[in-house]
Design a binder for this molecule. Sequence first.
Ligand code: IMP
Length: 183
Amino acid sequence: MDAEHMGADLDEILFTEEDIRQRLGELAEQVWQDYADKDVLLVGVLRGAIMVMADFMRALPGSVEMDWMAVSSYGSGTKSSGVVRILKDLDTDISGRHVLIVEDIIDSGLTLSWIRTNLLSRRPASVEICTLLRKPEAAKVEIDVRYVGFEIPNAFVVGYGLDFDEKYRNLRVIGTLAPHVYS
Ligand code: IMP
């Protein structure tokens, strides 16, 4: 789906496909250097991170494993509740593994902070976070994020895996949702 297919539902395009591809390439290069002598396991958080994971892992110049978790944090609204429930757990035993969580967006940070603590309790060798987007103004918890694609303003964004009420995930670009859609 292209931006024009959204009509008035899209306020502004923040990142084009090319912007995203280029930035993920840079992050992949950095990650590959940092994990040069380590076997990294990518952990994606369903469903928003599917596009990021697909493009990020293909940008890595060598083989990596991936696994997925699904948690519930958002309902049909646009605010994080901080209440997290595991809907699908990892299939992989991560004890002793170097885990890199691949995320689409960090808003309040509540969801990721919970996931990180949960994964750390399984005794991995390390847990780091790579997110395509971060909203710094919305941070409710201090969370150490090693790799950040873009810092964005505190607006609700959709596209490239990010949804509003399960819609717009297949939009190629990332853009801000017009307030009339959710207010
Ligand atoms: P947090 O707990 O507030 O950091 O929210 C985490 C999750 O909320 C993300 O993984 C997204 O699924 C969702 N989310 C947060 N902000 C947005 C947004 O602007 N657009 C779409 N989904 C969002």
